[in-house]
Design a protein around this ligand. Sequence first.
Ligand SMILES: [Zn+2]
Length: 281
Amino acid sequence: MYIALDIGGTNTRVGSFTSLDSNTLTEYIKFKTKEDYTRGLRNITDAISKFSNNEKLDAIGVSIASGISADGKTVVDPNIPAWKAESLLSDLKSEYKIPVNIINDGTAGGIAESVWGNGKNLKSFTFLTWGTGLGGVTVEKLGNQLVVYEYEPGHLNIGGDGRKCRCGKVDCIESYVGGYAVEKRLNKKMSELSREEWDTVLECMEKGILKILEKHPVDYLILDGNVIIKHPDFIKNLEKRLKGFVNNITLLESSIGDKAPLYGTLMTLNTTFGIELHKDF
Ligand SMILES: [Zn+2]
């Protein structure tokens, strides 16, 4: 039995699978991510015990809402500052004594999208997950090999009024469009934003995507995350805005949705599948 975990800024998802195929999801639970790491970890281990019911565990795949450096350390402040990739990895390994992989949630989403989703037949695309923050990766397919470029797109600088980002830098795309930043600035929930307020956010997103395309030019963008799931009409809106600057751009909604990181991290446990990560941040 395989376990996949997705630790997001808002929700944690735990799934159990009988094989490394996403179709074999047997148990699934979603709960709020605890700010407190110890309590949050206990929620996760409780869910795993319930799912495994004394059955043998083979491996655990984890996706987390933070950048992870080549040596496995958390590099960009996560949406949940107490959660560090390196601590989680060592705590799960010592608890279960089985292989544990941990990757960024945007990376996991991009992998899932290229294997099972709308990126399946694309040679290259950029996957963006827009929710509390803005994560994502650019994926290129070379035969059986997936080459994944990790560059923290949400933390590229788009210029502006020097808005502080939680990562410590200023004018990151995320500091203009991420749910955390927008809610803090406007002092209201994303769900309460007026049309005019959304228009301003979409304008920043348009600028942000152009910056991302400058870094990694692609013809396809696949969008996922809470903001897109709640506002699928933003796909067409953004595509129309972008067409004024780049002709050949197509925007697609993720066909997997909020389980994409869970499925992607399951894929990383498949050792016959080649995933090459390029870290550039
Ligand atoms: Zn930033």
